[in-house]
Every structure is written in C-alpha cells, then in structure tokens.
Design a protein around this ligand. Structure first.
Ligand code: ZN
Length: 321
C-alpha cells in the first residue's frame, strides 16, 4: 500500500522496445492503488502498431494480476493521445509483421482485426477494475475507439476527437462506439461529415467526464483515480459489471458484432481495394490525406483508421509520413 511504488515495465524484463531507443513502447507505473499505462510512441502520435497493442494487453494483464492495483489510467505520452492504428505499418512496408502480412486476403484481414483490434479492445472494455483514459491533443479513429473502452475519460482542454475515415472508404473503425457515446443523430454527423469535436463539445455531448487544463491532466486524472480507488475492489467490480450489463441489454455487444462484419465487408469492396492500390502508389501519407480532403477516392484506405492528426504546416503528420 505504499504510495510511491513506481515500477517500470522494463524491470519486468519485457521485450518492449520502442524502436532504436530503450524506451518501453508502453510505460507501466504504479502509485498506491493506481496503475498508469502510458502509450509511448510520441514521435508518431502514439499510432498503434502490433507491438504497442501487444504491450498494452500485457500491461493490462499485469494490472489485473496485482491485487494492490484498484484503478488503471490509460494515457499517451507527448502531444497527442493517439492517432489511431498505425497505417504506415499496414500500407507501407515499414514495421510489417505477421499480422500485416495476413491482410493480403479477406480471411486474413478478418482474423487480424478480430484478434488485434476487436478482442483487445473488448478486453479493456470488460476489464474487471475501473479504467480512466487521460486524453490530450488528437484522439483519432482507433484512438477514439481505445479511449472509449475506458470507464471514464478525462480530457485536457486541447483535446479533440474525430474519426474521418469514411471518405477514405473506411466503414468507421472496428467497434462503432459513436452512437453509444454521442447519440445516433450526432454520430451520423460526426462520421459522415468527418466532424472534429473539441473538448468542450465532447463534454457537452457526454463523451468525456471532465475537461481540465492541459498542464493539470495527469494530476487531475490521478486525483479522480484515487477517489475511485476508495471503493472496495469487489464493489467496484460488481458495479462496473452491472453498468456494462446495461449496455449489453441495450444491445451494445450485438451492435458491435454487426458493425464489425459490415466493416469487414466494406474493407473488401472494389471501391476500397482500388483505393488501397492507389494509395500504395502514393509517396507519402501526406499525399494520401490531401487526396482524402479533396474527396478523391485515391485518398481512400481500405484500412481503418489510422488517421492521423492533421500535420502542422510544413510538418509531416505524426506517425504517418
Ligand atoms: Zn478495419
């Protein structure tokens, strides 16, 4: 129960390397009853590649197994929470792995997304201990899906939320969180018009619980986590489960299963496949996003999300270029 027990996941000997540095791809720290998992690919706006998804999963297992941990915070290092799935690894050759190789066929694509995207996200959604996402900067597509798996969301005042993949042929991301978070009518506008919600609007719509100044995000999220940690674990677990059950009874799981199949079908349409081919011919993700914003099908991706935060002038979009 010491409140200063900070543990780096590296100490556990995990093979959790982020590129050439020795930085773990997800940092794992425990303070008192709160574990903080920090996605640590700030140079690509925490774009989610297979290594990051695997390590996040391992960190959740670790937090689950530690009886001292009562609450988990999910955060992102750097300017942005997450740009979504790492498209660069999927469209380009960089960072290709066995999962990416599998995507050559509809069967493989289905398997990849079922295991790495849907099941991993559902596991966080159903995690037995309460979870809080701390979101700053851009929270895009699969980044939004990930944040929405948490029980609570604290956003900093510079946070923004978007899922602009439809004009790139993506049928949303794998789990359609939007109607549950925004209501059906707003979800339609958000997705069809590629609307970006700022933190204040996200709060008004009920997507996030609190908006705090950027400089206070970590402290205020920890404060909230410590309040939640006052609840005996068994009570927190049963109440969380019962609240999730309300979502189940309202059809959340069934709607997600339906959407995932529709999403897969859309991945394999002629429209999506030809857009992917054109996209592979493009020199950079910057070109891809420019095409997308012209409404040009060449900007289309059959893949999900990974859309990236808009680049600052003269700067490549994080993680994509
Ligand atoms: Zn997909």
């Amino acid at each position: 129960m010491s409140s200063n027990e900070a543990v780096s996941s590296n100490e556990a000997g995990s093979s959790n390397e982020a590129g050439s540095s020795n930085e773990p791809v997800v940092r794992y720290e425990v303070e008192g009853h709160v574990a903080t998992l920090t996605m640590n690919r700030p140079e690509v706006a925490n774009a989610q590649n297979s290594a990051l998804i695997d390590e996040l999963d391992a960190c959740f297992d670790r937090a689950d197994a530690d009886d001292e941990v009562r609450v988990v915070i999910l955060a992102g290092a750097g300017k942005h929470f997450s740009a979504g799935h790492d498209l660069k690894a999927i469209v380009g050759n960089e960072g290709a792995d066995e999962w990416v190789a599998m995507r050559e066929t509809p069967e493989g694509k289905f398997h990849h997304e079922q295991i790495m995207y849907v099941d991993r996200c559902r596991k966080i959604h159903d995690f037995r201990k309460p979870t809080i996402a701390a979101v700053q900067g851009k929270c895009v597509a699969a980044g939004l899906m990930l944040a929405c798996m948490c029980d609570l969301i604290v956003a900093s005042d510079d946070a923004s939320f978007s899922n602009p993949v439809l004009r790139m042929t993506g049928a949303g991301v794998e789990l359609l969180v939007e109607p549950w978070e925004l209501g059906i009518r707003k979800a339609k506008e958000f997705l069809l018009a590629a609307e970006e919600l700022d933190a204040a609007e996200a709060w008004r719509l009920g997507l996030v619980n609190k908006v705090v100044p950027r400089a206070e995000l970590t402290a205020r999220t920890m404060e909230l986590a410590q309040r939640v940690a006052l609840v005996p674990p068994v009570t927190a677990q049963v109440v969380k489960d019962s609240l999730n059950n309300v979502g189940e009874l309202m059809g959340k799981g069934a709607s997600w299963r339906y959407h995932f199949m529709a999403h897969q079908w859309a991945h394999n349409t002629a429209t999506a496949l030809s857009a992917l081919e054109q996209r592979k011919q493009m020199g950079s993700m910057k070109e891809v996003f420019a095409a997308r914003d012209r409404g040009d099908a060449a900007g289309a991706s059959t893949d999900t999300p990974t859309d990236t935060p808009a680049a600052a002038p003269g700067q490549a979009p994080p993680g994509q270029d």
